[in-house]
Write a protein that binds this ligand. Structure first.
Ligand code: GLA
Length: 392
C-alpha cells in the first residue's frame, strides 16, 4: 500500500472525535504539470504527473444519510445531509459536499458517513490541493457506499464539484491526474475527448523538483477568467475564416499565423501561446517516451517563455526560479506549473545536481523575492485509491 502518509495520525483524530474506528481510507495526490499549461479549457492536451504530496480521508458509514466531517488541520467539524444541493457558507465544506452532490446527481446511492481528512498539499500553491480533496472524497464515498466507480467518473464528478458547486471555472486536468496518475508515469490527456495515455518518464537518473515561490495566487481568479474569455473571443473571430473551429485546439500554428489579422494584439498573443503549447505538449510526450531529456528540457523552457511573454501569467518570482534553475549545471528544463501568478515551478534535474539547485535557490531566491522558497523532490506516484481498514 503506497501513500496514505497521514493515516496513523488521522485514524487517532477520527477515533477521538467520533468514538469509533474508521472502516475505510482513501487518498488522492496533488500534481505538477510537466507541460501543457492553459490548454485544458481550450480542448487541448496536458502532461501532468501525480506527486508525493497528498490528501488522506478516513471514514465509517452512517445509516441516516448524514455526513459529519472533521477537517483535522483546521480542527473544524461540519455536517450536511446527502441530497442537499445548496452550497454551504463554509468554503472548506463545499469540496466534499460538492462531490457528494455530483456523484448523487447521476443516480448513485451514496451512504452517509463520519469522516476526517488531512493532507500536505500546500493550499494555493498551484499543486491542486482542491482537486486532491475532491478526488479523495470521491473515492471515500465510493468505498463507504460499496460502489465501484471508475476513476474517470470520479474525476468528472470532482471537476463538476469544483466548477458548479465551489464556483471555480477550471479545466479537467487536475482532477484527472489526481484520479488516474500512475507511478513512474506522466498522463497525456486529450481534454476534449478525455482519451488518455500513461507516458513512462523514461529518464533514468533524473528527478522532478518542485519549487514553491511561496507567493499565493491572489490574482489568479480574475486573470484566469480573463484568459479564458480572451481564448473564447479569439475562437469567435477566427471562425469567420476558419470554419468548423470549436476551440483553439482545432487551430494549427500555421493557420493561426495566416489568420492573425483577424485578432487584436492581445488575443493574437494568447492564441499563439495556446496553439504552440499544444504542439509542444505532444512533442514532449514523444520525447519523454524516447528518453530524450534534452528535448523535453528545451520544450519546458519554451513553454515558460510563452507563458511569460505571450500568455502573461508568470510572475517575477516564478521567473526568478526558472532563471536561477537554468544556470545550474545538470538542470535539464524548468518552467512555471499550474495557473501561474505565483505558486510553483517544476524542473527536471539530474540526480547529482538536485542539491546544487536547492543550494542556489536558498542562496539567491530570497534576495530577489523577499521570501524563501520551499523545494520538494518527488517521484511521479500512483493516483487516488481507497482501501478497507477493517469492520467495526
Ligand atoms: C489551474 C486549473 C487547470 C488548468 C491550469 C492551467 O491549475 O485548475 O484546470 O487550467 O490552471 O493550465
Amino acid at each position: 500500500m503506497s501513500g496514505y502518509t497521514h493515516l496513523p495520525k488521522l485514524v487517532a483524530r477520527f477515533e477521538e472525535r467520533f468514538g469509533r474506528a474508521p472502516t475505510v481510507a482513501a487518498r488522492a495526490p496533488g500534481r505538477v504539470n510537466l507541460i501543457g499549461e492553459h490548454t485544458d479549457y481550450n480542448d487541448g492536451w496536458v502532461l501532468p504527473a501525480a506527486v508525493e504530496l497528498e490528501v488522506d480521508v478516513v471514514a465509517s458509514p452512517r445509516e441516516d444519510g448524514r455526513v459529519r466531517l472533521l477537517a483535522a488541520d483546521l480542527d473544524r467539524l461540519g455536517e450536511f445531509e446527502l441530497g442537499d444541493s445548496r452550497p454551504p457558507e463554509d468554503l472548506w465544506m463545499r469540496y466534499p459536499q460538492g462531490v457528494a452532490v455530483m456523484l448523487g446527481r447521476d443516480g448513485r446511492r451514496l451512504s452517509g458517513m463520519d469522516t476526517a481528512y488531512t493532507g500536505d498539499v500546500p493550499i494555493g500553491s498551484g499543486l491542486s490541493s482542491s482537486a486532491a480533496v475532491e478526488v479523495a472524497f470521491g473515492n471515500a464515498f465510493a468505498a463507504v457506499s460499496g460502489l465501484d466507480i471508475p476513476p474517470e467518473e470520479i474525476a468528472m464528478a470532482a471537476h463538476h464539484a469544483e466548477n458548479d458547486f465551489v464556483g471555480v471555472p477550471t479545466g479537467v486536468m487536475d482532477q484527472f491526474i489526481s484520479a488516474l496518475g500512475r507511478a513512474g508515469h506522466a498522463l497525456l490527456l486529450d481534454c476534449r475527448t478525455l482519451e488518455h495515455r500513461h507516458i513512462p518518464i523514461n529518464l533514468p537518473g533524473v528527478s522532478m523538483v518542485i519549487v514553491d515561490t511561496n507567493v499565493r495566487r491572489e490574482l489568479a481568479g480574475s486573470e484566469y477568467r480573463n484568459r479564458r474569455a480572451d481564448c473564447e473571443e479569439a475562437v469567435r473571430r477566427l471562425r469567420q475564416r476558419l470554419h468548423g473551429v470549436r476551440a483553439l485546439r482545432d487551430v494549427s500554428p500555421e493557420q493561426l499565423e495566416a489568420s492573425a489579422d483577424l485578432l487584436d494584439d492581445v488575443r493574437a498573443r494568447r492564441a499563439r501561446h495556446v496553439v504552440t503549447e499544444n504542439a509542444r505538449t505532444l512533442e514532449a510526450a514523444r520525447a519523454l517516451e524516447a528518453g530524450d531529456a534534452r528535448r523535453v528540457g528545451e520544450l519546458m523552457y519554451a513553454s515558460h517563455e510563452s507563458l511569460r511573454d505571450l500568455y502573461e501569467v508568470s510572475s517575477p518570482e516564478l521567473d526568478a526560479v526558472v532563471e536561477i534553475a537554468s544556470s545550474v549545471p545538470g538542470v535539464i528544463g524548468a518552467r512555471m506549473t499550474g495557473a501561474g501568478f505565483g505558486g510553483c515551478a517544476v524542473a527536471l534535474v539530474e540526480d547529482g545536481a538536485v542539491e546544487a539547485l536547492r543550494g542556489r535557490i536558498e542562496a539567491e531566491y530570497p534576495a530577489r523575492a523577499g521570501r524563501r522558497a520551499d523545494v520538494y523532490v518527488s517521484k511521479p506516484v500512483e493516483g487516488a485509491g481507497a482501501t478497507v481498514l477493517g469492520t467495526e
